[in-house]
Write a protein that binds this ligand. Sequence first.
Ligand code: FE2
Length: 286
Amino acid sequence: MTRPRSVAFLLTAKPTIEGAGVRLNRVFGNPEVPRFDPFLLLDDFGSKNPEDYLAGFPSHPHRGIETVTYMLSGKVEHGDSLGNEGVIGAGDVQWMTAGSGIIHQEMPQQAEDHLRGLQLWVNLPAASKMMAPRYREVAADSIPEVSPHDGLRIKIIAGEVVGVHGPVEDVVVEPQYLDITLEPGADLEHPTPTGHTVFAYCLSGRGKVGPRRTHELERGQLALFTEGASISAVACDVPFRFLLISGKPLGEPIAWSGPIVMNTREELATAFREYQEGTFIKSDSS
Ligand code: FE2
């Protein structure tokens, strides 16, 4: 017996300024803790106007989390305290585990037309917060796309669909990260792990979600689902492109300040003190 998930609530992304003055849309963040556990934040950034993003995100630390950057168009250059540097281009994903700490910069590059990307923050459990940092650079052409039936395409970044696995594996919260496109009239029934947090975020077009397709989503809107075993969705009169993301809740206390997320205020204070003193980066991380 599979019990479909209902919609707990809808959220609409709100304009925010972050980094050195980047205009972006925050879908959820600190005020929503712990409704999205194990996820902490989702930002939808980009614009046709380079002035909205070129200031970028100069040197800043992260500890205790993973940041997942998915570029839809345009590119972001990154470089960090471990000597890693590169470019995340259209369709690429960077799944970065900050663990014990990295100091990096993320600088969107001027796009000919529209720059757009998403950044998701995934929490780490206490046992992994101080793990060695780790990068996974996933090129667009290594992300499999499946079409289980007409009018449905699914890019699998993490998780499994019809026996096909995404390239990002071995993450503590067992995430599913899917980029789904439904053509008008096409629908989707998709199993989701029981007990996991599940949400859908509309990238473009319009569709309906929920067991009786009661909740309409358009660009910039998110639906958080209740408990259950599956979700369903259907496109309206235009193609419906959305992210379907799920993960296993950690159920741990959250102490969060800016780019650092730990379990206790003492751990946060330690992190900021180490950053000030220049001992933030751990020698066993390099
Ligand atoms: Fe960052």
